[in-house]
Design a protein around this ligand. Structure first.
Ligand code: PLP
Length: 388
């Protein structure tokens, strides 16, 4: 059948109905699957048949989720993981050999950064970092053993935007595997494979679920690379549970409509803050004042749910703003129906000095808001009273 529109695939990509003719997909809470006879068992293990054997390898609920995300991202194959970090680690570990080298954007998720700096050196895998706002330095970092180019866009917490087309061209020219963590954008807003990405990783925990219920991760992309990733992942055991796969597949049915509203609310909040006299600056990819606004418009459908801004008065003003928040949640998560405010300087990045924070784009009064689905008037009213 002809490929349908994004929203339709998100809803209509569904596992085959069972003999019960259920309308919505059931949950297959089973660790293993049975064989017809000795020959069926032999052929299944020999991979002559495409069928479920054991839920560490595959399960109807993860298969449905993978098929759906592949359609959304324009990917050939995928694997579903118990968390976003399980996806990041398994994907990289499957593709890297001892002695290989990675080039990564400096502005990446904290745990991914720790993986590169503290754990991969155990296997003699080194990482060089480039500034998310200066892609011209990337080619200078390439070594004979460089295998992977890794980045996220928009970045966390600074909402910088990296040009995927430029990254894709560099990766292609030098034969690097190009991997994008597309968590902030979701496949609804941005499809990195169109710009040359070989693999796309998601934390399903954020906007994909969107209601703060499950931890999940997924990697999708080229069939050839996913085959390697699959072989590693089915042996090492990071598979997503059928229940969480079922929840996430239902969540994706409403991804487009939810993300539309997240983006609408975020743009309204960013626009409101832009003229505010207690605010030093505001950053949001779909504000004209964003330094990479044109790039954002080229590769994204809308700006996403995260707005960053600086309260005038530095660290103390930032802390006071937080203590005055009433409705919004003070939490480190993002992409939830509930709006969340975070103060990176006193929480996630408090171990760094002011200078070190500056180097990764975090100032002392900087606030990150993950704009949720409450009525925008109530979100703005809470921020307004907290600023007062
Ligand atoms: C949260 C997050 C991850 C990790 O996902 P978990 O599901 O928490 O393991 C990876 N990348 C980005 C950009 C994230 O925001």
């Amino acid at each position: 059948m002809e490929k349908k529109k994004f929203e339709t695939e998100a809803i209509r990509t569904q596992m085959e109905r069972s003999q019960n003719l259920e309308h919505s997909s059931p949950i297959y809470m089973t660790s293993s699957f049975v064989f017809e006879d000795a020959e069926d068992m032999r052929a299944s293990f020999a991979e002559e048949k495409d069928r479920n054997i054991y839920s560490r390898y595959s399960n109807p609920n993860s298969n449905e989720l993978i098929e759906k995300v592949c359609k959304m991202e324009g990917a050939e194959n995928g694997f579903a993981y118990a968390s976003g970090m399980a996806a990041v680690f398994s994907t990289l570990a499957a593709l890297l050999d001892a002695g290989d080298h990675v080039i990564s954007s400096k502005s990446i998720f904290g745990s991914t950064h720790t993986l590169f700096t503290q754990f991969f050196p155990k296997w003699n895998i080194g990482t060089s970092y480039f500034d998310a706002n200066d892609l011209s330095t990337i080619e200078g970092l390439i070594q004979p053993n460089t295998k992977i180019l890794y980045a996220e866009t928009p970045t966390n917490p600074g909402v910088d935007v990296l040009d995927l087309e430029v990254l894709g061209k560099i990766a292609k020219k030098h034969g690097l595997i190009f991997i994008i963590d597309n968590c902030f954008a979701t496949p609804y807003l941005q499809q990195p494979i169109k710009f040359g990405a070989d693999l796309v990783i998601h934390s399903g925990t954020k906007l994909m679920d969107g209601q703060g219920r499950v931890l999940a991760g997924i990697t999708v992309g080229s069939g050839e690379l996913m085959d390697k990733v699959y072989r590693f992942s089915r042996i090492t055991g990071p598979a997503l549970s059928p229940f969480n796969a079922w929840v996430l597949s239902r969540s994706l049915e409403t991804l487009a409509i939810r993300v539309d509203r997240h983006c609408e609310n975020a743009l309204k909040l960013a626009t409101y803050l832009e003229g505010h006299d207690k605010i030093e600056w505001v950053k949001y990819p779909f504000l004209k004042s964003h330094p990479k606004h044109e790039v954002a418009k080229k590769q994204m459908k809308a700006g996403g749910c995260v707005v960053a801004f600086e309260v005038k008065g530095g660290l103390d003003a930032g802390r006071e703003f937080f203590n005055s928040i009433e409705l919004l949640s003070l939490s480190a998560n993002l992409g939830d129906a509930r709006s969340i405010v975070t103060h990176p300087a006193s929480t996630t990045h408090s171990k760094l000095t002011t200078e070190e924070r500056k180097a990764v784009g975090i100032s002392d009064g900087m606030v990150r808001v993950s704009v949720g689905l409450e009525h925008i008037d109530d979100i703005i009213a809470d921020i307004e009273q907290a600023l007062g």
